[in-house]
Design a protein around this ligand. Structure first.
Ligand code: SF4
Length: 346
């Protein structure tokens, strides 16, 4: 089991539930826009949010952002230890920085002291794309072994200052390297692991890369906090993270919609109805499975494991509850009738 760290009020590692992170894409200096985005991310289920801190103006904005953020914030810093110290002083709940890149032991010490004094953990974030040249030469590229050696090297610089409030990430943009790096890390260190596939891209391919990589790790019990990286609106990252956690059997809150793939027996506009049911039940917190099936021949049987469901007939739908038929409605009323039945049982 990994060690535990605390990021604001969120516990990471040591068997705590896997927390969901995202990153704002506003300018951090623009505190109002950043706060608005953090609030919508938090409302969607984000538990920790990271902000880019490229300059002192951004570091200073953390004070105002921290006051209004409903969730802990992580300052993402490259190279400049002064920004890390400033971010810690202004209330960041975690600092993401690689101590090997801050210009020497004296600067590492300053970052460590600023964090230690406030019980702020540091995440070492190794990316396959920005590995140290000697490691690239030693391993012949950005391999999983090279990434792990890089992370442990950064960690050693913190350990030399007797600082152990550490979390590690090892992100490559390809899934097999990412998975291998985290598997190696899980065997080599007990620091909590922040898992993610970096630069996954956008669209379906990005979702699938994240689901394959994070799913493989989570099912193996690897990963203490996660970020799904998607190009575009970070809100999509939260729903994707929740679904990956659910698929890995680690999250039980909220509705799981199962729908059949459709076939020649399909009697209703299943895609539209499944989308409507998903939307109507988005805010429902009950741990239930809802089936939306295309026909009455196989639908109720195929969805026996569901708590509630609907199966299409010609111009109508059959409602069922735990495999038992409970009524018949017109196609136009299918969504509302299904939702009503679920709400009545709540
Ligand atoms: Fe086809 Fe019916 Fe199965 Fe859907 S539930 S795939 S419509 S047989």
């Amino acid at each position: 089991m990994t060690q535990q760290i605390k990021v604001g009020g969120v516990v990471i590692g040591g068997g705590a539930p896997v927390s969901i992170q995202s990153m704002t894409n506003t300018k951090t200096q623009d505190a109002a826009s950043t706060i608005a985005q953090i609030k919508s991310l938090a409302a969607a289920g984000c538990q920790i949010v990271r902000l880019a801190v490229p300059d002192m103006e951004a570091a200073e904005a953390i004070e105002k952002i921290r006051e209004e953020s409903p969730i802990p914030i992580v300052a993402d810093i490259h190279f400049d230890h002064r920004l890390a110290v400033a971010a810690a002083e202004r209330g960041a709940d975690k600092i993401r920085i690689n101590p090997g890149n801050v210009g020497g032991a004296e600067n590492v010490k300053k970052v460590v002291e600023a964090c230690r004094a406030r019980h702020i953990p540091i995440r070492i974030g190794v990316n396959g794309g920005s590995l140290e040249k000697p490691l690239l030469q030693k391993y012949g590229g950005a391999t999983a072994e090279a990434m792990l050696e890089s992370a442990l090297g950064h960690a050693r610089l913190l350990e030399q200052e007797d600082f152990h409030d550490i979390c590690i990430s090892l992100k490559a943009s390809d899934v097999p390297t990412t998975v291998r790096a985290y598997r190696l890390a899980a065997r080599s260190t007990d620091y909590p692991l922040h898992i993610g596939v970096t630069e996954a891209g956008g669209g379906d391919a990005a979702l699938i890369k994240s689901a394959a990589g994070l799913g493989a790790l989570l099912i193996d019990g690897i990963g203490d906090t996660m970020r799904v990286s998607l190009t575009g609106d970070p809100l999509r990252e939260i729903s994707a993270a929740r679904e990956i956690l659910r698929a890995a059997g680690l999250r039980h809150e909220g509705v799981e919609i199962i729908s059949c793939p459709t076939c020649g027996r399909t009697e209703i506009d299943l895609e539209k109805i499944a989308a409507g049911v998903t939307e109507a039940l988005r805010g429902c917190k009950r741990d239930i499975r809802v089936a939306v099936m295309g026909c009455v021949v196989n639908g109720p049987g195929e969805a026996k494991s569901a708590d509630y469901g609907i199966a299409g007939g010609r111009g109508c739908g059959v409602l069922f509850r735990r495999g038992e038929t409970v009524g018949k409605v017109s196609e136009a009323d299918m969504i509302s009738a299904l939702v009503k039945m679920i709400e009545e049982d709540a």
